[in-house]
Every structure is written in structure tokens, then in C-alpha cells.
Write a protein that binds this ligand. Structure first.
Ligand code: NAD
Ligand code: MN
Length: 367
């Protein structure tokens, strides 16, 4: 029997609730398609931080390195653990540590899921956002300065508000030519494989960010020239955000830097019915890839059996495809689509009354 080793990090809040259903569905798919996931669970996250002072052990990345894939729920216990710790020291540490540069977030609304637009039909919308996930403003470069610090004096001369401030903070983005190129090539390769419009749209903002986004644009033009069969266009990210709502059917593949991609993909999650329906994956070429729904730990609904497990289950299907089990992945996706279309077993975010576990069980039963 085919076997795959999966590191499971359920995390905090609704993370463990949705991951449990994801694993039930994946193991049922394995029984049907003749493979087995050998899962090892790691109790890391903010709860672990409260007990140990770390979100994962110092050798956490070494532990994960030998797995075929990582399946992560969500981390975060706002109010108990400072917000800058959980995501940075676990999720970003894994993305950066394994060079998971391509964060892929499909936007394919399922008929039956909440759909906020009336001028297009959900079946007309089908695009993918490829978010660069190792650079930009998320590299953790910056500082805070007070008037006595020499750096403060340098910066204070730029703006009157700087000079009269009690404190300054700056946060810097880094964009590398090779980093831009590889994620853009990933996006064009993806557009080539997809049926349909064969168009890559780059999110930029060079009119205000004349260093980083200028390099981004230059590399995009070079990469686009390598793919004459794919239409290439750029849009300012603010205008693109508007067009996600006004003309979502025009998008095929979108490529964006880390911060823009983060924000655009929560916006695009609204097109698929909310964060409870939006899957995501972080691909590496050199280490394990990580499969995690874009949503967070949702403390407002955690522990009540209300979380929608569809995002985590569709994320699990992306993991199966990556492991080479494309048939099983497609079957899981179809079972989810059928359940949502039927509309009987849905969680409250989708207008239903079912629990997280009831949705998982209904999908298992349909496999
Ligand atoms: P969130 O995604 O947790 O929640 C935003 C809203 O969406 C909430 O109203 C929530 O109830 C709802 N929601 C999210 N997932 C849902 C699901 N599966 N089913 C039904 N409703 C769902 O974002 P937030 O409130 O900004 O962050 C909460 C915590 O999660 C914070 O600590 C944040 O840092 C962390 N976070 C972690 C990740 C990650 O682990 N990758 C990502 C985003 C946020
Ligand atoms: Mn996010």
C-alpha cells in the first residue's frame, strides 16, 4: 500500500476542530483509493507556548524536515499570547524555513455556498491567487527608535510628524530578483496547466512603492516574455481589489507579493462563501510543503463545534494531489461540492445548523 508521512499541527482555537475532520476525510479517501497517511501530530502553537515558552521546540524544523507534507490548522490565542508571536514563530518560521515560496489560494465558489455578488454567477468565477510567501514586509526587518537614538535623528528630518514623535517604528520589505522570478514562473506555469483564460495578472503598486514594486514589475516583464502563450497584465493592487468584486470572472491566475496577497486572499475568500470555504497551500521545491487553510484560529467561535471544516478538507485535497493522489483529491472535492450544493448539512457561517463533525461525517459518508 502507498504510504505518506504527514506532520499534523492542529494548532489553537478551531485549528484542532477542523483538522480532525480533515484527517477523517483524508483517511477515508485513503481506504477507498488504496493509500495510507502515516500521521504524526505535534501539539505546537500558542497553547504550547503558554506551557513551554515556545510555540515549537528549538529543533522543530529539523523534526518536520523528513515528512512528505505538513498539514496545519491555525495558530493564535489573542489576549493570551502576544499577536506577533504565534504566526511569526510557527507559521512564518515554517514557510521561511522550508522556503515555501508559493502560497496558492484557489478561488472557485461552490454553488450553494454563500455568494455575495448578484451580477455574476458563482460558476463563472474560477481563479487562483499565487502569493509570494518568503519575502516582502514579512521578513521581520525593522526597528523602533526614541529621540535619543542616532537613527531617530536621521529619520526625523523626513517629516514633521516624525520629528515631534515620542517614538518611531519602521518595517521594511525585501524583494529579491530571484524571489520575484520563481513565484512569477510558478504562476505562469500554473496558468499554462489550467484550462481557460491563460492569463496572469500581477498585483503591483509602483506609483507609491518605487523600489520594491519597481523591481517586481521589471522581473514580471522579463518572465512574461518567456511565456508568449500566456497573456500578462499588471494592475495596481488597490484597483485589483475593486475588480475582485466588480469583475471576478476576468481573473485566471493572480501573482502578488506577500502582504498584498495576504489581504487579497481574505477578500477573495468572501467570494467563495467566507474563510470557512477557502483552501490554501504553501509549496516548497526543497523541503516539505505545507497545507493550511488561510483562516485563523477564530477565537470567536472556537470550542463550540461551529467551525466550518470545508476549508481544511479542501486544503487536505490539495495535499493529496501534491502527494500524487489526484484521483482521491478530485473525489474529495466532488463530495464537498455535492454536499454544499445539496445545502442540507452546512455550518452556521453558511446558513446551516450542522456541527463541524456533522459536516465531516457527511463528506466521509459520500466518499
Ligand atoms: P480568523 O480567520 O481566525 O477569523 C476571522 C473571522 O472569520 C471570524 O469571525 C471567524 O469566526 C471567521 N472564521 C474563520 N475561519 C472560519 C471557519 N473555518 N468557519 C467559520 N468561520 C470562520 O482571523 P482573525 O480573527 O484575524 O485571527 C484570529 C487569530 O488567528 C489571531 O491570533 C491571528 O493571528 C491568527 N491567525 C492565524 C493564521 C494561521 O495560523 N495561519 C492565519 C490568520 C490568523
Ligand atoms: Mn492572512
Amino acid at each position: 500500500m502507498r504510504e505518506y508521512r504527514v506532520a499534523v499541527i492542529p494548532g489553537d482555537g478551531i485549528g484542532p476542530e477542523v483538522v480532525a475532520e480533515g484527517l477523517r476525510v483524508l483517511s477515508a479517501a485513503g481506504e477507498r483509493f488504496g493509500f495510507r497517511l502515516r500521521c504524526e501530530t505535534f501539539p505546537w502553537g500558542c497553547g504550547y507556548y503558554l506551557q513551554t515558552g515556545r510555540v515549537m521546540p528549538a529543533d522543530g524544523l529539523e523534526t518536520l524536515a523528513s515528512f512528505d507534507a505538513i498539514y496545519l490548522g491555525a495558530v493564535g490565542l489573542p489576549g493570551q499570547v502576544p499577536e506577533e508571536i504565534g504566526v511569526r514563530d510557527l507559521v512564518l518560521a515554517i514557510r521561511f524555513g522550508f522556503d515555501q515560496f508559493a502560497n496558492v489560494r484557489p478561488v472557485k465558489p461552490l454553488p450553494g455556498a454563500p455568494f455575495p455578488l448578484s451580477h455574476v454567477r458563482p460558476e463563472e468565477v474560477d481563479f487562483v491567487v499565487v502569493r509570494e510567501a518568503t519575502e516582502c514586509l514579512y521578513v521581520g526587518l525593522g526597528g523602533r527608535y526614541r529621540p535619543g537614538d542616532p537613527e531617530f535623528q536621521v529619520v526625523a528630518s523626513l517629516r514633521p510628524t516624525f520629528a515631534r514623535s515620542r517614538e518611531l517604528a519602521y518595517q521594511t520589505g525585501i524583494y529579491s530578483e530571484a524571489g520575484c522570478r520563481r513565484v512569477m514562473e510558478f504562476a505562469f506555469d500554473l496558468a499554462r496547466r489550467r484550462a481557460g483564460q491563460k492569463r496572469v495578472a500581477s498585483a503591483t503598486k509602483t506609483n507609491a512603492l518605487g523600489f520594491g514594486m519597481k523591481l517586481w514589475d521589471e522581473v514580471f516583464a522579463e518572465v512574461a516574455a518567456q511565456y508568449p502563450d500566456i497573456e500578462a497584465e499588471w494592475q495596481n493592487v488597490d484597483a485589483m481589489a475593486m475588480r475582485f468584486v466588480t469583475q471576478p470572472e476576468r481573473f485566471d491566475v493572480v501573482v502578488a507579493a506577500n502582504l498584498f496577497g495576504d489581504i487579497l486572499t481574505d477578500l477573495s475568500a468572501a467570494l467563495v462563501g467566507g474563510l470557512g470555504f477557502a483552501p490554501g497551500a504553501n509549496y516548497s521545491r526543497t523541503g516539505p510543503s505545507m497545507f493550511e487553510p488561510p483562516h485563523g484560529s477564530a477565537p470567536d467561535i472556537a470550542g463550540r463545534g461551529m467551525a466550518n471544516p470545508v476549508a481544511a478538507i479542501l486544503t487536505g485535497a490539495m495535499m493529496l494531489r501534491h502527494l500524487g493522489e489526484g484521483g482521491a483529491a478530485a473525489t474529495v472535492e466532488q463530495a464537498v461540492a455535492d454536499l454544499v450544493a445539496e445545502g442540507r448539512v452546512l455550518t452556521p457561517d453558511a446558513g446551516g445548523t450542522a456541527t463541524t463533525a456533522e459536516v465531516g461525517a457527511a463528506i466521509v459518508a459520500a466518499l
